[in-house]
Design a protein around this ligand. Sequence first.
Ligand SMILES: Cc1ncc(COP(=O)(O)O)c(C=O)c1O
Length: 432
Amino acid sequence: MEKKLKKFSKSRRLYQKAAAVIPGGVNSPVRAFKAVGGNPLFISRAKGSKIYDVDGNSYIDYVLSWGPMILGHTHPRVVKALKRAVENGTSYGAPTALEVELAELVLKAYPSMDKIRMVNSGTEATMSAIRAARGFTGRDKIIKFEGCYHGHADGLLVKAGSGAMTFGVPDSPGVPKSYAKNTITLPYNDVKSLKKALDAEGDSIACVIVEPVVGNIGCVLPKQGFLNTLRTLTRKHGIVLIFDEVMTGFRVAFGGAQAHYGIKPDMTCLGKVIGGGLPVGAYGGKKEIMSMISPEGPVYQAGTLSGNPLAMTAGIETLKELSKKGVYEKIEASSAMLEAGLVDAARRAGVATRFYRAGSMFCTYFTEKEVFDYTTAKTSDTAKFARFFSGMIQRGINLAPSQFEAGFMSLAHSKRDIETTIKAAYEALKEI
Ligand SMILES: Cc1ncc(COP(=O)(O)O)c(C=O)c1O
């Protein structure tokens, strides 16, 4: 495949203008290409498996808006329903039948949840779920795992120091130490440190929040027994187990990671796919916990645009399309084809990589070592990734601009798209 030297002059100019009026020129940090060098691409439109930048370049897209666009971009069914919905008004601040319909669709797919509340982002979902868990248990401390991202709420912007158990130190200026000190961070996939932490503090922990597959350090799979142990131990200590399925929900399976691994959490957070590309998050769980939420109970949580009719419409149409027979088999086959091709391309190019995948989310690490947590993910050679990323962009393949992000497959990716991607990957790998 000929490497075409793409021009990015319009993106570059827009980025300069953006940097004058928006911090770092972007409205979410990872978009800024800081980890790979260069300027972000400014996108003008998208269709199916492809996105197009303002310079007229096209790319086969494996970012998919960081996960939501599982049907592919501008799916005709979603677009048609949205056009109709716009005509009826874009927001009322009053309940609609659409909210009930989406809630019912989600609850049917996630039997661990009796009730669900719609919000506007994954961040809101996790923040609100933790508040509910604290209100329900009357406890303040929470446990999260190193490398798991649960949005940017204060108490969640905390990572571990070394050692089995570390009291939280904020990752970001602006997060009061007093918030962070209630967050305990443990290594993912480490049953021993989990047991130790719960033996010491189990009865003062409100909740454990976990990404059942960690998509925010690439794609890290739970080791056999890890999620089961988490379920058993949290139950023993009366701790609310929260699965953050903002990324994995309707992605690794229709019923999410909880269906895939057969675990019933007490609460679940969703986002991304359930909004079909519009801003949506949701949290839900057992009746007794969700009954704590205002106005049914005393735990306050609200939102002017929550349950927005356009967002509900995109979500409903997306989930209905996903509930069709054979859909997950199809995306599994595409993802498996990409996996086989990328693994083989790396072998042929003589580049040491590790590939991990859960359904249609995946990651190639530039390391020989097994990756099972934050520390092992960090063994990946990020300079190699940056060169690979550039080589792929030049060949019209859009990957997330960071080693520590998952890639996503959509139902719109064709066999030809995947063959093109594998060919590009082989050539890009040979260059690094
Ligand atoms: C697992 C997980 N939880 C929460 C969030 C936060 O969601 P949002 O960006 O919609 O606030 C993300 C975002 O990527 C996520 O991957």
